[in-house]
Structures are given as C-alpha cells and as structure tokens.
Ligand binder design. Sequence first.
Ligand code: NIG
Ligand code: FE
Length: 410
Amino acid sequence: MNESRDLPWDGLLTHVQLVTLAGDDGYGVIEDGALGWRDGVLRFAGPSSRLPGEPARLAHETLSGGGRWVTPGLIDCHTHTVFAGDRAGEFEQRLQGASYEDIARAGGGIVSTVRATRAASEDELLAQSLPRARALLADGVTTLEIKSGYGLDFDNERKMLRVARRIGQMLGITVRTTFLGAHALPPEFSGRPDDYIDAVCQWLPQLHAEGLVDAVDAFCERIGFDAAQTRRVFEAARALGLPVKLHADQLSDGDGAALVAEFGGLSADHVEYTSEAGVRAMARAGSVAVLLPGAFHVLRETRLPPLDAFRTHNVPMAVATDCNPGTAPLQSLRLAMSLACTHFRLTPQEALRGTTAHAARALGLNDRGRLCEGMRADFALWDITQPAQLAYWLGGNLMAGVYVGGQRVG
Ligand code: NIG
Ligand code: FE
C-alpha cells in the first residue's frame, strides 16, 4: 500500500514570512510561517511551530520558501485587458493639450479601439491580449477581472468574453468576466443611445446563457451613458441575478456611486468625483470603492477620490490597474499599488489589502484574498524584506513564484 495516500495535505510550504491580512487591520504577519493545502484549499496557515507533525508526514510535496515573503495571490478587479491595437497616438495628442473627452467626442478614444477589436479574429485578439495577462501574472496576479466593451455588437462582445475565458484557461488563473456593452455608443447607433441600450439589454441573456458573464458594468458619464440608461442595464442584470458594478463619477459627479449602491452593486469604480452622499450610500450597500490610480495618473487628473470619507464610513477600498489602451496602459498591479500610495496617499498596507481582500470583495468572491484556513491556496512568493516593498518598487522583478489552488502557474 502507498502509505503517502494517507497524508493529510497535497502540499506544504515552509520557511516563509506570511502576510495573511487575516484581521481587519495590519498585515497579519506570521514570521517563520507555513501553508498547507489540500484540493486547492488552505488547511493550514500559521507558524511552523504549530504544524501538527513532521513535514514529511503532512504532505505529498513539501517546498521551502527560503525565507521569502508570501502574500495572497493578487487580484486585479478592474481591467480591459482584451483589446486589439493601441492608442499611443492619442497619448501624444493629450501631451499636446487635447483632453480625453475632446478625443472621444472627435471619434477617437474607446471607439477607435472598437474598430481595431472588431477587425481582429478571435485568435488574433487572444494573441494580442495574452501577453498583457501574462505580464499581470508575472507580477503576482492570480485572479483577473476582464471586461468586454470594445465590441459593442453581439458578436464582438461575445468574441471578447470568449477570449477572456480562454486566457483564464491558458494561464491557469481565475478570470472573472464583466459585460460592459454600455461602454460607448457604436457609430451605427449614432444619435440613438436609447436604442443601443435596448440592444445591450437584449444581448445580455444570451451571453449569460453561454456562461460568458459574471457581472455587468456600464460607463455612466457625460461621454458615456446617463443614469436612466445605466439603470436599464442594471435592471436587465438584476433580472438575470447578475451582480453589477459601475464606472462611476470618473470625470464628473453623475451620482453613479449612489446608483450602483441602489442596486446593491459590488463596486463603484474610479469615483474621483463621488460626493459624500454617494460614499454613504456605498457604505449602506456594502459596495467597494475601486481606485484606479493608473487612469488618474495617465490623464493627469487632479481631483482626488474622497479617500477620507471612504475611511470614515468604512467603505473598503480596492486598487486595480484598469489595464486599457486609452486611460491606463498599465500592466503591473504592483505599479498600480505604488501609484495609489503616491497619488492617493494610501498606505502600502491599504494598497495591498486593496489588491487582495478588498479586491476579492469587489468581485463578489469570498474564498480568496487572505491566507487563512478555508481560503483557496492562491498565493505569491516575493523577494522582499518587508511587505511595504511591494508598493515601494516601481517595477522590477520581485515575484519568485505564483500558485493557484496550490499549483504553480508563474
Ligand atoms: O476605465 N472610462 C471608461 N473606460 C476606461 C477607458 C477605456 C478607454 O479609453 O479605452 C476606463 O478608464
Ligand atoms: Fe475601466
């Protein structure tokens, strides 16, 4: 008989410093810690001294972390990673004084990425998008949200969502898909935004039936859709039992945060112009504020999100890359953490919680984002000497191993 079959765990990682984020405050550091897992789920996360036996008698495979630091796998909870082409030309235009809104109104912006995305086959779109997802993974991301929104017709939105799912399968990470049909008005609906919203609401059930939609988002803004149109999209989502989130109050206060809160939404994202009343509505609804400092940085914004109000009202703050070709060509979640600290004055600990525990909540996932028994064995090893270094270094290769469900993926 193979005695090893009786071992309690599949894997055991020892000689690591754990950043568990287990409580509501602090890093939750466990020095000389260990992780044990079975069937992809953590069965032990604690000090090595409390291991219930000799390592060789506990797990089929035992790894030494060599004294490295371990965090929960990072969670990028807001991205537009699937798209074709790029918009470096608009970057140059903006540096010469054009605003993001000027460019959008002149037929560039999101709609120019729509043209490129529609022209790409599914395989071409995958080939262009995969390196970005790989870059995020190489910086510790184990759960990645990807939105549609550059197809803006049924077939192309479907193509984007299928590519997103394929990325998850190919990289062995979790990809959560968000339907963002209401991202911009496609040219064939020019002057008819309400008809377009009707179409978006009609596509949703079919896309959902194909298993392509985990959540629904919209761009509620002067250059996007108004509150009444956003509301219709949310009602279509609610009819299918799908959670909602929103690009809210990014360039102006459109009461987006209050609207998404009214629907019990997972998150309001961007939120630079969100009012105190909006923050209070989010607090009541339990919605997360997703901060996107990459877009703030690239657009050279000056209006800060209401950070103190989020803290005062206990609205959890997440941090994401917003990886997209227009406002945030950003392929590192750690760099987003750094930008959140520098621009928004988050502490490095808040930034890490924002890309783990709070990001999980922004995706409606309660099985990850912390290192505790019962959570998924999604974790990253880092060559650092203290957790603040994750947000301190701008770039650089700190990642020394990424595991999803106890399997090494990076
Ligand atoms: O999150 N604001 C709307 N959506 C994206 C930008 C998309 C784009 O410009 O391509 C954002 O910033
Ligand atoms: Fe976005």
